[in-house]
Design a binder for this molecule. Sequence first.
Ligand code: DAH
Length: 347
Amino acid sequence: MNDLDTLLAQARDEFSAARQPAELENAKARYLGKAGRVTDLLKALSTLSLEEKKTRGAAINALKGAIEEALQARRSELAEVELQAQLQAEALDVTLPGRHRPVGGLHPVSRAMERIEAIFASMGFDVADGPEIETDWMSFTALNNPENHPARSMQDTFYVDMQDAGGRWLNLRPHTSPMQVRYARAHAERHAGADPMPEIRVIAPGRTYRVDSDATHSPMFHQCEGLWIGENISFKDLKVVFTDFLRRFFEDDGIQTRFRPSYFPFTEPSAEVDMMFSSGPSKGKWLEVAGSGQVHPNVVRNFGLDPERHIGFAFGMGPDRLAMLRYGVNDLRLFFEGDLRFLGQFR
Ligand code: DAH
């Protein structure tokens, strides 16, 4: 191998060793640049005879051509490598989930509430809202549940160590029943002197609180109170209204109801409302869904009305429980944990 062949082999090795275009251009300069080795060879030609110049010159030119060819080949290789790397880096992964704006939905209990409100509104009921921090008087006394009466311990109430401006002790309302009193008193005042007084027909859904926590009880839960007071509203009307409500709420016209005698201080007679589906997993089982009764004369008096003239029924139900039955949920706590994997299923 002559010196030119050796030089060509060296150039090829250096070009192959170059990993970056810049490295390759540096290697090129070492051979073909102004002070490069091929340039040096050409300069050295001047010391040769004319004859030698011809053969040596032609050989050096051939070498130069071969080196340029090797350079070009390596340039293309490196460009290809770079292109592949870039394609890799910018690759579009079509298996990734698309970007989207997440769509929110109503909480299942809110949905149940909206259904309850819509059904009762269609029967001419007003929808009322009231305070969650209530007075002792509204929560109990006005509802015929006197101080120190054992019926007060039917609920484990959260008491608040504060009094309102009138010196009445406060609590987190353990039921929505005080809304009967608030609404009826405002109604009686608004229609004072009207004869006959327009009927009271109202539901009052909202948050309620008790010292209670397990799979079917939460310290914060929901209730919906109902009240219909007129001059001739009886237990018969309660049965019709509540049964119709349940059939519409659950979209099951075969639902049966049973009014089981019970005790509440604010009603006489009192009943628990049980219902039974005509189909589905709990078919044939009586399920307790509400408390109810004819409003007690003492409570009507606290409405500011004459119980000899104004009578009617009241009920209190749990929208959380209705939502559990409607959606087949067996643990109440799931509703209040805020886990979107659960809540997202109710859109
Ligand atoms: N307030 C009762 C409770 O929380 C439920 C209830 C029973 C409400 C009978 C009523 C009623 O209006 O008439 O257990």
